[in-house]
Design a protein around this ligand. Sequence first.
Ligand code: SAH
Length: 391
Amino acid sequence: MTKVYLKRKIAQRIANGHPWIFANEVEKVLGEVKAGDIVDVFYADEKFCGRGYINPKSQILVRLLTRKKEEINEAFFYNRIAEAWQYRQKIGYTENCRLIFGEADEMPALIIDKFNDYFVIQTLSLGMDVWKHAITKALQDIFSPKGIFERNDVPVRELEGLAQQKGFLSAPFDTNIIINENGLRFHVDIENGQKTGYFLDQQDNRRAIRHIVNGADVLGAFTYTGTFEIHAAHYGAKSVLGLDISENAVAQANKNAQLNGLDKICKFEALNAFDVLKQWGKDGRQYDVVMLDPPAFTKSRENIQKAITGYKEINLRGMKLVKNGGFLVTSSCTNLVQPDLFLEIIEMAAKDARKKIRQVTFQAQASDHPIVWGMENTNYLKFLIVEVRDR
Ligand code: SAH
């Protein structure tokens, strides 16, 4: 097996358990380097570090799969997936869950979402893509699912020299499915929805709005398929308006409102939230609750300022629409903005909007997307509710 030796001044990060090894952290490689192969990694003093897959095309030369000298084969993948499923069951996520959350499940660059009897997978690196068959087989053996679908239509794969693609990994099935969440039902379009079709990471946060929306006039921006808005209506909101820039998302949101018999209360419109929130602020519109769940404004560290500006701007506009004593419900899904920074941004937005805020709730993504300390990219979702008052 090819041997990779780390530089003496190796980042403490790897010793502490982080699985990524960048090319510039490697002193030398003994043996053939074939993209996707399993290699052994050693510290400079020749002590065994771990075993993982290599890809010279990627900035991340090696991603470690294990710190043990165990064989990487079909059984390895079966066991890892079975363990991850046991863990999800233990912490109370059974019907729908993120079954594999990449690095947090020691399966770097692998995402598997379980939507009751259906599975959606993403293999985001070459070294993981090589094992797609083993992963699919493990899912078949453990779950006997109704269907498995690949959503590898993701640009990040190109950094690995992989093509973007999507399609069935099982016998074909109807990719428009329905899932249950918090007593509500939602259509999920596995084939054409965003990411894997549905944002499971907000499943617990959607319950957190329960009390504040009762009897309220609610505005939700970045609604996607209307999940937060439909929860609001279910929890007793008087009126709910949801906005998304995508016509397709709005159509799905309307379908979801009908599915739950809440289409009298929930209305959705295809609009650019940045434009209309600004205009409605000028017009003096007011809501009891404003909810924001924008996309990650950047994917790269170089553009972090762009994300900060975007979050500040949209939260400022959102706050201006909240009645005195009402609530802002706001999220951020990029790991590049860590929780402390997000709170600072909200504080700046409140200052500029001339509002006083009090924290009601501050939490992360649902626990089926575990946070591993020391792996910043696993701590990515911020969900905040604040009470908003005039200064
Ligand atoms: N709240 C949703 C997820 C939102 S994802 C849920 O829990 O399921 C972010 C959404 O923002 C996407 O649907 C995207 O279409 C939408 N979006 C992006 N830019 C927008 C803009 N300028 N105005 C309105 N919506 C926008």
